[in-house]
Design a protein around this ligand. Structure first.
Ligand code: HDE
Length: 715
């Protein structure tokens, strides 16, 4: 097979090219292709007279504009997408016949859309919310959509509760407030009455709900699915996405400020990373287990409010996805992409998870209202690369010109075509699961342990992560006027962990209810689970790289330019991006007289846009920076947010003027050496710059340093 014909990442790109419009060197035309010489004035009867009906260009232009909008997604309205490809590491033949999981030499094109859930299309990116992580694989055997989230569990167990849940979390219906947030009465009213949501609310209150970047976020298929192999044997499988950069989060203060300073933070980060060649990468992970193990766990594997701890069933990393191309048109691609958990390919099948089963209806249905009819699969981004032949016909906006006389099966006039595909020709055969039962509207008792995994989550966090969770609860529940609701929530958290409940109650003016029966059942004893799962803590994530991290250098005239150059060189060689920030754009003058280009001017930025900050030496530089409240605030805020900070020589003076109590800095009387105190890296002697740069890089890779006293920092 030649490289050209091999199934590879370019396939989808080539397929899209048929639909692209390129305006370069072209004349302006109407939709009918008639060239237009003038588009600034409508056709009128006299210069000051009425516009004429016959102005077809005017009518078409306005008509099209009037109809530019389609309904936004009822949930996950705000999102950002990217193209890329997936490659499996080893054939997964033993478990699944899915074609894209067989050949390590093959690249399967993908389109991914990341999203927030609650906010509308124009809302901010950094709100406290779940993030969607939906992947469309254009496989040889048709489209497979893995429509996941960045949390491995969900609020509810049965799809029939979804409209209630979404109505509760969305802006309240009378005032349409608040935007894009769960910190309001109806959300917590609902959660407080739905004990099954308790586990998910813990994730929502945790740092996972404010990711640093879509590129540093895990993804989860949530439900248990099935892998089915050539022999028809099935295994259960849970899907995970593991970001190669590790999973990292913002802090809440930063997230809130960012919503004002750059509401597009996450989509900008994704876009710019791809433009700069920092391609986001995620490994596909699977937890695979035998059907015979279905009842061996202390929870029901069909219950979407439960994880299978990685310490019970390890996550095998089976392949890697690389995102390497931004869309060319947001509406055509990111807005019109239509995901559906029911888009599966041979080798992947469903389970009876009642949330999954309900989703199988909802996603197809929602496309009808959103995209205007049943032909949405013909929209370029949605088109499979596998050929499509069937007897479905017509409908709004039909693109395909089906040839021939027959649109029914069986037929003889059309030679029986399109023919039925036997399993050997990759026909999809549903897994023959044995099912029987009485019609019954109720829930299995095996779904009714609502708390033990919320406890597992709490116990798996480190103390700083626990503190963030408690602070988040103070914020979220602090916005709930009803004392009864706040008290009910504390009552639920009391069943998770007494200390958790006490700490939350302290901040929101309620006591733990005295009459607080535990709803549901206790988990069965003697079955597989763990007391603690280190994999749940973000602090156990990979922190060995500073790739694509943003480092600010605060500078003014008189800065030591060779310090800047050297530090830049070291950090950029490790993949970071370094920005010189000064009061104005243009250039500043270095101490050697050299002009240094300014990358960002101070009025447009602040510390929250960076992962780390460096203050170089230079006497004049320092005397200017010390007079700038913004520069001092930059340091204090970065300190408060746990970020790596470094300064050398007299640059250290700015740290002293940043109002940070009890800072440990390198000793001015010592001859040399680098001090690294909780991610604040300093050296008096400029000759130590190389050692300092290495320490600084390690501090940046740590992501955040929580072992600091930040309460008194005024930022
Ligand atoms: Fe969704 N969800 N969902 N959801 N969901 C939609 O489909 C729904 C659920 C998820 O970037 C909608 O095309 C129901 C879990 C993502 O285009 C809608 C239930 C998970 C996206 C819908 C759930 C998700 C959606 C809205 C409960 C993680 C955005 C627009 C049974 C595993 C996809 C659309 C994109 C979007 C319904 C629960 C993930 C209305 C009924 C659990 C990532 O069909």
């Amino acid at each position: 097979m030649s490289d050209q014909s091999k199934y590879n990442e370019n396939r989808k790109d080539q397929n899209l090219e048929t639909f692209r419009e390129h305006p370069e060197e072209q004349y302006l035309t109407t939709n009918q292709g008639v060239r237009i010489p003038h588009t600034d004035d409508s056709l009128k009867a006299g210069e000051r007279g009425p516009t004429l009906m016959e102005d077809f260009h005017f009518r078409e232009k306005i008509m099209h504009f009037d109809h530019e909008r389609i309904p936004e997604r009822v949930v996950h309205a705000r999102g950002a997408g990217a193209y890329g490809y997936f490659q499996v590491y080893e054939p997964m033949t033993k478990y699944t016949k899915a074609s894209f999981l067989q050949d390590p030499g093959e690249q399967t094109p993908v389109f991914v859309r990341f999203s927030t859930v609650v906010g509308s299309r124009g809302s901010a990116d950094t709100v406290r919310d779940v993030r969607g992580f939906a992947t469309k694989f254009y496989t040889k055997d048709g489209v497979f959509d893995l429509v996941g989230n960045n949390f491995p569990v969900f609020f509810i167990q049965d799809a029939i509760k979804f409209p209630d849940m979404v109505h509760a979390v969305k802006p309240e219906p009378d005032s349409e407030m608040p935007q894009a947030a769960t910190a309001h009465a109806t959300a917590w009213d609902f959660f407080s009455l739905m004990p099954e949501a308790t586990h998910m609310t813990m994730w929502l209150l945790s740092d996972r709900a404010i990711p640093r970047s879509f590129r540093m976020m895990e993804g989860f298929g949530v439900h248990t699915f099935r892998f089915v192999n050539e022999q028809g044997k099935a295994h259960f499988v849970k899907f995970h996405w593991k970001p190669v950069l590790g999973a990292h989060s913002l802090v809440w203060d930063e997230a809130q400020k960012m919503a004002g300073q750059d509401p597009d933070w996450l989509r900008r980060d994704l876009w710019e990373a791809i433009e700069m060649g920092d391609y986001p990468e995620y490994e596909l992970g699977v937890q695979i287990f035998e059907e015979s193990e279905e009842f061996s766990f202390a929870f029901d594997v069909l219950d979407p409010t439960k994880i299978i701890p990685e310490e019970v069933i390890p996550v095998q990393r089976i392949g890697k996805m690389t995102l390497n191309r931004n869309p060319e048109n947001f509406f055509a691609e990111t807005e019109q992409v239509a995901f559906h958990p029911g888009h599966v390919v041979p080798g992947i099948d469903f389970t009876n998870d009642p949330l999954l089963q309900g989703r199988l209806f909802s996603y197809l249905d929602t496309q009808l209202i959103r995209l205007g009819g049943p032909n949405f699969a013909e929209i370029p981004v949605n088109r499979p690369l596998a050929p499509v032949h069937n007897n479905q016909r017509d409908g709004y906006m039909r693109q395909t010109i089906n040839t021939g006389k027959t649109s029914y099966f069986p037929n003889s006039l059309g030679g029986g075509c399109p023919m039925l595909a036997p399993e050997s020709a990759h026909g999809y055969v549903h897994y023959a699961e044995k099912v029987e039962g009485q019609k019954i509207r109720s829930r299995s008792e095996s779904f009714m342990d609502y708390f033990s995994q919320a406890t597992l989550f709490w116990k798996s966090l480190t103390p700083p992560e626990q503190e963030h969770l408690v602070e988040a609860a103070h914020f979220e529940l602090g916005k709930v006027p009803s004392k009864e609701i706040r008290e009910r929530m504390v009552g639920l958290y009391e069943h998770v962990d007494h200390e958790l409940a006490v700490r939350i109650a302290e901040g929101i003016g309620v006591n733990i209810p005295t009459n607080n029966p535990r709803p549901g059942v206790q988990p069965p004893s003697g079955k597989r689970t763990v007391e603690q799962s280190p994999a749940l803590s973000l602090e156990n994530q990979k922190n060995d790289s500073i790739k694509s991290r943003r480092v600010a250098i605060l500078a003014a005239d008189g800065v030591n330019d060779s310090t800047i150059q050297q530090l830049k060189k070291t950090l950029e060689s490790k993949g970071a991006h370094v920005f010189v920030i000064a009061n104005t754009l243009g250039t500043i003058k270095g101490s050697s007289g050299q002009e240094i280009p300014v990358d960002v001017n101070a009025p447009t930025t602040s510390s929250i846009m960076f992962d780390a900050v460096f203050v170089p030496d230079g006497r004049e530089n320092l005397s200017q920076l010390q007079k700038q409240g913004k520069a001092r605030h930059f340091i204090a805020e970065a300190y408060k947010h746990g970020k790596a900070i470094a300064a050398i020589g007299d640059g250290i003076d700015l740290l002293k003027h940043a109002n940070i109590p009890n800072l440990t800095l390198s000793d001015p009387t010592s001859n040399g050496g680098v001090v690294d105190a909780a991610g604040v890296v300093t050296a008096q002697n400029v000759a130590d710059l190389n050692v300092l740069s290495d320490h600084f890089a390690q501090a940046i890779a740590q992501h955040r340093h929580w072992d600091r006293q930040t309460e008194l920092v005024p930022a």
